[in-house]
Design a protein around this ligand. Structure first.
Ligand SMILES: Nc1ncnc2c1ncn2[C@@H]1O[C@H](COP(=O)(O)OP(=O)(O)O)[C@@H](O)[C@H]1O
Ligand SMILES: [Mg+2]
Length: 222
């Protein structure tokens, strides 16, 4: 990359970072600490990713989390969201999908899978829990936690997926909330009376905040 391009990318990154911090502060309720000032008791020695400290921190963070929305009036709109997100993926990307039965979680996963170059038809992985696919650039792990027990979830070795080389998409992630990584893009789909869908996107962690801010800047998210 040429030096001027690098400078331009860095300038854009820092301006998006500042915007993300400003957005977070703006939504911060009175008396609530900005993200950077939330005390995390690292000395407690508890595994941050699996223990109650993570839960505590997530609860604190959720009080000031920004949520963006994307309206899908037809299936092609849902595919479009998958295409937009596919432009941002990295090894270790985690996207969670929640919403009632029939909301469109699996339908979203299918469009997303196509967008990342998976030719195979992606079905609901309800009975296998995790299905693995080879995408154009990254492996894709499609998960469905609808029928999982806590013991099974603990034994799946989810961290190998979440911190591995691929992209994880997790339907019914709320059922394994305590096993989710702190950084992730949480999507909840609401089915409206007129059959349209509203996707609520909540980014946890800087990379996901930047994705959402960029998509908002480009007019794709509200
Ligand atoms: N805008 C839309 N986005 C996603 N799915 C839609 C949309 N409009 C209609 N549908 C239909 O809604 C159904 C959603 O089912 P599915 O994705 O299996 O739900 P879930 O996995 O959330 O239980 C599919 O049959 C799909 O064709
Ligand atoms: Mg499904």
């Amino acid at each position: 990359m040429r030096a001027s391009c690098r400078r331009k990318s860095w300038k854009r990154f820092t301006s998006l970072y500042r915007a993300s911090q400003a957005a977070l502060s703006a939504t911060c309720r009175e008396g609530c600490l900005p993200l950077t000032e939330i005390p995390v008791d690292a000395a407690a020695g508890e595994d941050y990713n699996r223990g109650s400290k993570k839960e505590q921190r997530r609860t604190e963070m959720s009080a000031q989390q920004v949520t963006y929305t994307f309206e899908s009036r037809k299936e092609a709109d849902t595919d479009r969201l998958g295409q937009l997100l596919s432009g941002y993926l990295q090894p270790g990307t985690v996207i969670t999908l929640d919403g009632d039965l029939g909301a469109g979680k699996t339908r979203f996963s299918q469009g997303f899978a196509r967008a990342i170059g998976i030719a195979e038809h992606v079905n609901s992985p309800t009975f296998t829990i995790i299905k693995e696919y080879e995408g154009d650039h990254l492996p894709f792990y499609h998960m469905d936690m609808y029928r999982i027990s806590q013991e099974e979830a603990d034994e799946l070795g989810l961290e190998d997926y979440f911190y591995g080389t691929g992209v994880s998409l997790i339907e019914w992630s709320s059922l394994i909330a305590d096993l989710l990584p702190p950084d992730r893009l949480a999507i909840t789909i609401s089915l409206m009376e007129d059959q349209s869908r509203v996707f609520h996107l909540t980014p946890y962690g800087l990379p996901y905040e930047i994705w959402c801010l960029q998509m908002k800047e480009n007019g794709h998210l509200q």
